[in-house]
Ligand binder design. Structure first.
Ligand code: G3I
Length: 347
């Protein structure tokens, strides 16, 4: 049965509420999920279909079919679209990964950005222009872009997008940038883009956290520091894992290449116990209280998926686990965390 309260309605004066759509949902084949999308969300991000491997599989070949469907769906239902993502080291087709000279990579970047951003000019509300360009230690990621083009490829990517889609908002998107080391690096990066006279409108903090410990103090600090740069803050890929991290020494040896799916690493294949459900709700509640406190600085909160069954966290970092990171369960029903989030607004 459909619940009465709608996330997008409840938070309509605060920030956009987004979700990520997979290919079935874009094609409207996951009808129960599509009902939830229309009821609760006013922003969508394609989970995969605008990535280079999908959209630009060969030098001269673009596959717009699926992302055109996403854009048409969004426009039909008055849902804002965030394009994800133009320049990313991952999900790059082999013909790009194998390039060995700066001129060719520059040409790729120019063609890729002007074709995608141009194709969706006036239709896509915002672009994640550059994704995950920072390493954990705050240095620039040693991607093919950095190696062949040098530090300024990021400024160039923003400049090219600005030219091709002058009315789209332009964002830098990354994970763990709420933490001190990457936060400082992201701030330096944004200042550098601004100093070059190139537009950047916002920063996307991905928000892949663990329910057992959401870094609230870091998140608050990062909202303050990022917004002080004169840009909007977005939480772009929110989900809270409830499963044990295999990277802890007591669970599994990190040197193992294939991480085992065992009762210890996948403890709740048949349903989340009440104490974990309560932990998830409390973490979401704390987060949304914080988001509301800074609603004038936050543009959008996007969940990375509509319901638990589709989450990438069922397959990462161990394949075939049963995770419960979102607000709707595998039967498309709102979880206690959903009601906890709604209640933050009514206090
Ligand atoms: O489409 C192929 C399919 O044809 C094939 O049969 C199947 C077999 O593995 O793979 C399918 O591709 C998978 C794709 O998801 C679509 O399901 C890829 O293997 C898989 O690697 C890919 O994972 C995505 C991942 O990004 C890598 O692009 C996840 O769904 C997606 O949730 C995840 O999203 C990223 C954000 O873009 C950036 N931030 C981190 C976030 C989580 O990793």
């Amino acid at each position: 049965m459909a619940q009465k309260e709608s996330l997008k309605e409840v938070f309509k004066n605060d920030f956009l509420i987004g979700t990520a759509l997979n290919s079935f949902q874009i094609q409207q084949k996951d009808t129960a999920a599509n009902r939830l999308v229309l009821q609760h969300f006013n922003a969508i991000t394609p989970e995969n279909s605008m990535k280079a491997t999908h959209l630009h599989p060969q030098w001269d070949k673009y596959n717009f079919t699926l992302s055109d469907q996403l854009v048409a769906y969004g426009r039909q239902h008055n849902i804002k679209i965030n394009g994800h993502t133009l320049i990313w080291h991952s999900q790059l087709p082999a013909y790009v990964k194998n390039l060995n000279n700066a001129d060719s990579l520059k040409q790729y970047m120019k063609d890729h950005i002007s074709t995608l951003a141009g194709h969706y000019k006036g239709k896509v509300f915002s672009w994640d222009v550059v994704n995950e360009a920072l390493e954990g230690d705050g240095s620039l990621r040693k991607s093919i872009f950095l190696k062949l083009l040098g530090d300024d490829y990021i400024i160039d990517a923003f400049r090219l997008t600005q030219q091709a889609a002058p009315d789209a908002e332009l964002y830098y998107n990354d994970y763990n940038i709420e933490g001190l080391t990457k936060r400082r690096a992201a701030i330096a990066l944004i200042k550098k883009i601004q100093a070059a006279g190139v537009r950047i409108d916002g920063i996307g903090v991905q928000g892949h956290w663990a329910a057992v410990h959401v870094p609230l103090a870091d998140i608050e600090q990062s909202i303050q520091e990022f917004s002080a740069l004169g840009i909007k803050v977005m939480f772009t890929e929110l989900d809270l894992t409830v499963l044990p991290s295999p990277y802890k020494r007591d669970v599994v040896d990190v040197s193992q290449r294939t991480l085992p799916n065992t009762p210890a690493t996948n403890p709740w294949p048949n349903g989340l116990p009440d104490f974990k459900q309560a932990e998830l709700s409390k973490s979401y509640e704390d987060l949304f209280k914080l988001f509301l406190k800074y609603k004038d600085k936050i543009g959008r909160i996007t969940f990375w998926g509509v319901h638990d069954g589709q989450s990438w966290l069922n397959n990462f970092p161990i394949a075939g686990r049963t995770n419960y990171p979102l607000l709707f369960d595998r039967s498309y029903q709102p979880k206690p965390a959903f009601y906890a989030v709604i209640a933050t607004h009514h206090r």
